[in-house]
Design a protein around this ligand. Structure first.
Ligand code: CP
Ligand code: NVA
Length: 306
């Protein structure tokens, strides 16, 4: 069982390859109901951006563990009135056992974690989305039963999901290719960190060519072309990203057994077509379900449940 008691999860790079494997194994056991864990603790959700999957999957995971959840929507707390993060963090840690934060700047999350002694989880920042990628890895493992020898290709914007995916693939022992338009590459420091984790065992490849990136791969992944906070750029981005769309033509270049993933919410007809997301190779609903199982494992592990 992964022993992460008392730690934060701010970046996927906070976990070792062994800890990732242990969390995935724990999530599998929880999903199959071969493992039952209880923890009578309280989770706070402090989300400054919209969320369906993360909010609900964290809440249900905590309820199923026997714990409780408080939704700390910034609009109904003093956060929206500008109470300093360092004050909010030191107050919330006196009430809560664990805190999941969704915000814009990674630095804000890190300040929270610095001042709050309870475990703090990154529930999405502009830089990373580690909980999403743990669920993605679980979905890949369920389908292929291994990571060894697999290649995942991410197409589109080098955003938070792309950054965490690159780290996740390196940690899991999978090759990763990222195809973006020029100027939209993933974070350079994260690429460097992923290459350091991968060593000479697996590849971390950046390209601007979606077809070369897709040929023969096992997993195709995409996300929106304009993330939360970038809505005003959406119209300008559409023509720039058009050739990175996952459609049937592109999918035909991948391995015939390849699966398609998308963190959701999707913009059908933009980064992915209706036919592909509804097609036989799509695993997006299993992927969404796995958010709950992997976050239950994560909560139990950070809280030291037994
Ligand atoms: N994939 C994901 O994080 O979805 P939500 O924004 O709905 O939480
Ligand atoms: N990249 C997207 C992911 C949403 C789950 C965003 O940040 O809006």
């Amino acid at each position: 069982m992964a022993a992460l008691s008392g730690r934060d999860l701010l970046s996927l790079a906070d976990l070792s390859p062994k800890e990732v494997q242990e969390l995935l194994e724990m999530a599998t056991q929880l999903k199959l109901q071969k493992l039952k864990l209880r923890c009578n603790k309280v989770l706070g959700l402090l989300f400054s951006k919209a969320s369906t999957r993360t909010r609900v999957s964290f809440s249900v995971a905590m309820y199923q563990l026997g714990g409780q959840v408080i939704d700390l929507n910034p609009n109904v707390t003093q956060v929206s009135r500008g109470e300093p993060i360092q004050d909010t963090a030191r107050v919330l840690e006196r009430y809560l056992d664990i805190l999941a934060i969704r915000t814009f700047a990674q630095q804000e999350l890190e300040t929270f974690a610095h001042y709050a002694k309870i475990p703090v989880i990154n529930a999405l920042t502009d830089l990373e989305h580690p909980c999403q990628v743990l669920a993605d890895l679980l979905t890949i493992k369920e389908y292929f039963n291994t990571f060894t020898g697999l290649t995942l290709t991410y197409l589109g914007d080098g955003n938070n999901v792309a950054n965490s995916l690159v780290l996740g693939c390196a940690l899991a022992g999978m090759n990763v290719r990222v195809a973006t338009p020029s100027g939209y590459e993933p974070n350079a420091a994260i690429i460097e960190a992923a290459r350091s984790i991968a060593g000479n065992k697996t590849e971390v490849i950046l390209t601007h060519d979606p077809e070369v990136a897709t040929k023969g791969v096992n997993v195709l992944y995409t996300d929106v072309w304009a993330s939360m906070g970038q809505e005003s750029e959406a119209d300008d981005r559409t023509p720039i990203f058009q050739t990175y769309q996952i459609n049937e033509e592109l999918l035909n270049l991948a391995d015939p057994e390849a699966i398609v993933l998308h963190c959701l919410p999707a913009h059908r007809g933009e980064e992915i077509t209706d036919a592909v997301i509804e097609g036989s190779q799509s695993r997006v609903w299993d992927q969404a379900e796995n958010r709950m199982h992997v976050q239950k494992a994560l909560l139990a592990s950070l809280l030291g449940a037994d």
